[in-house]
Design a protein around this ligand. Structure first.
Ligand code: DMJ
Length: 541
């Protein structure tokens, strides 16, 4: 009773106080009230800024090997490598001049460009995506310019709805890689600030994140086009590498727990024919349409299972098992040989195999090669061979065009072999996947044909995609006078040019025993977590 009476009195007193304050406020002029509100707002912003930029606890850095090497001794290879560096400089300089601070560049209109994946604010996607490529190419002035922009301008307290997946792979991945390569704290701090803004996307009934989140309000939602309000496998399944690093660098398990929760949930679910459908509803935890793809909507989920294992210094055997199971089902149901003898990976659509392969799917050649070592039943030779066959098929898709650049998707139906049929599948938008596979195959076999194929692609890009204001995608690779799409994609600087440069570098530049590339080609070091302690590690700096 006494307690109740005390509470009632307190509430009464609070109300009276609030009334008094309101009366006082009403005596003030409109301008005075507005000024007070503004002061309050400023205080909150300052507080938030302080909170956001508090120093992170120091952790030992992993052994960072091979970040400044790779100079080939063969003059011909060196010349090719220099040419690729020159292309990077052309792409960067034009972005610097005409698109600085915007997400991407329109190289013909010579102005900034953006798409809805980056929301509606200028987040300098090209700067963040390009940093590590600039670094390994030794373009240090450009790297510093990028760092300065990020330090002064990259701000995540914006009312902007972004793709969780894209921001993770391009921004968090790009910032983390720049941090590890350069040791500059600003990149780590920005990566952690941004990750904090993505966390509300996980507030769903199942913990499967929304595809998009508003960085300011934290409100999330899914793409309107996705089956039955679903989240996308390749999006919520491509967070693991970056989130493990975030927990490592901050000592905060929250990021690790989020991605492990996704994994556990997927492990428990039935899979039709052992295949993972591309769509999962975050409210009900049920699969959407039964579509399975190793290209768009599925691709990097499989890649991250393998890379989670590699990144853990092969300790995360649970991820390796999930990868092996998934790949076995894919081989059984999706991989076929065409009449002409080309191995391709089709798409599974409601019990039917569509004999079509996307440019995006071509990354799988490299993935099979990367996963060969450590494969179940010691099938290393088999997976290396599979990687080589996919590389060959994807090279054919380039070679059978007029421009010697690959179409977005190609068929293996009737008399058609590795050729695009529909007009809206004939474009090339500076994508990296085929070159990515050449590079992995080169690292594992040193067969000179991969450098030759990589050089063919370099020359074709330089001839048909280069314009005076940068590089542009083309709308039809079968036309001898193609039209431009007028977009210089940020992944052209992050991935395409980086993989080409690595293809013409020695293997001691970013060796694969020490580095694992995220799906946007941002290298992250292997974490020998079992061997690290917070102090006394020689790699600490
Ligand atoms: C990149 O952003 C990444 O490679 C992603 O995994 C797939 N698509 C683009 C490049 O094509």
């Amino acid at each position: 009773r006494e307690e109740e009476e005390r509470l009632r009195n307190k509430i009464r007193a609070d109300h009276e106080k609030a009334l008094e304050e309101a009366k006082e406020k009403l005596k003030k002029s409109r301008d005075e009230i507005q000024a007070e509100i503004q002061t309050e707002k400023n205080k909150v912003v300052q507080e938030l800024k302080k909170k956001d930029s508090k120093p992170l606890p120091p952790v030992p850095l992993p052994n960072l090997i091979g970040i400044n090497s790779g100079e080939p001794s063969d003059p011909d290879i060196r010349e090719k490598r220099n040419k690729i560096k020159e292309m990077m400089k052309h792409a960067w300089d034009n972005y610097r001049q005409y698109g600085w601070g915007h997400n991407e560049l329109k190289p013909i209109a010579r102005k900034g460009h953006s798409t809805n994946i980056f929301g509606n604010s200028q987040m300098g996607a090209t700067i963040v995506d390009a940093l590590d490529t600039l670094y390994i190419m030794g373009l240090h002035d450009e790297f510093r310019e990028g760092q300065e922009w990020i330090d002064k301008n990259l701000d995540f307290s914006v009312n902007s709805e972004v793709s969780v997946f894209e921001v993770n792979i391009r921004f968090i991945g790009g910032l983390l890689a720049a941090y590890y390569l350069s040791g500059q704290e600003v990149f780590k701090i920005k990566a952690v600030q941004l990750a904090g803004k993505l966390l509300p996307a996980f507030n769903t009934p199942t913990g499967i994140p929304w595809a998009m989140v508003n960085l300011k309000s934290g409100v999330g939602r899914n793409w309107g086009w996705a089956s039955a309000g679903s989240s996308i496998l390749a999006e919520f399944g491509t967070l693991h590498m970056e989130f493990v690093h975030l927990s490592y660098l901050t000592g905060d398990p929250v990021y690790y727990n989020k991605v492990m929760h996704i994994r556990k949930l997927l492990q428990k679910m039935d899979r039709p024919n052992g295949l993972y459908p591309n769509y999962l509803n975050p409210r009900t935890g049920r699969w959407g349409q039964h579509h399975t793809s190793v290209g768009g909507l599925g691709d990097s989920f499989y890649e991250y299972l393998l890379k989670a294992w590699l990144m853990s210094d092969k300790m995360d055997t649970e991820a390796r098992k999930m990868y092996d199971d998934a790949i076995e089902a894919i081989e059984k149901h999706l991989i076929r040989k065409s009449n002409g003898g080309l191995t391709f990976i089709g798409e599974w659509k409601n019990g039917h195999l569509e004999r079509k392969m996307g440019h995006l799917t071509c990354f799988a050649g490299g993935m099979f090669a990367l996963g060969a070592d450590g494969s179940r039943d010691d099938k290393a030779g088999h997976y290396l061979q599979l990687g080589a066959e996919i590389a060959h098929t994807c090279h054919e898709s380039y070679d059978r065009t007029t421009l010697k650049l690959g179409p977005e998707a190609f068929k293996f139906d009737g008399g058609v072999e590795a050729v695009a049929v529909r007009q809206n599948e004939k474009y090339y938008i500076l994508r990296p996947e085929v070159i990515e596979t050449y590079w992995y195959m080169w690292r594992f076999t040193h067969d000179p044909k991969y450098r030759q194929w990589g050089w063919e692609a370099t020359q074709a890009i330089d001839k048909y995609c280069r314009v005076s204001g940068g590089f542009s995608g083309v709308k039809d690779v079968y036309s001898s006078s193609p039209t431009y799409d007028d977009v210089q994609q940020s992944f052209f600087l992050a991935e395409t040019l980086k993989y080409l440069y690595l293809l013409f570098s020695n293997d001691d530049l970013l060796p694969l025993d020490n580095w694992v590339f995220n799906t946007e080609a941002h290298p992250l070091p292997v974490l020998h977590l079992a061997n690290t302690t917070l102090s006394g590690n020689p790699a600490y700096r």
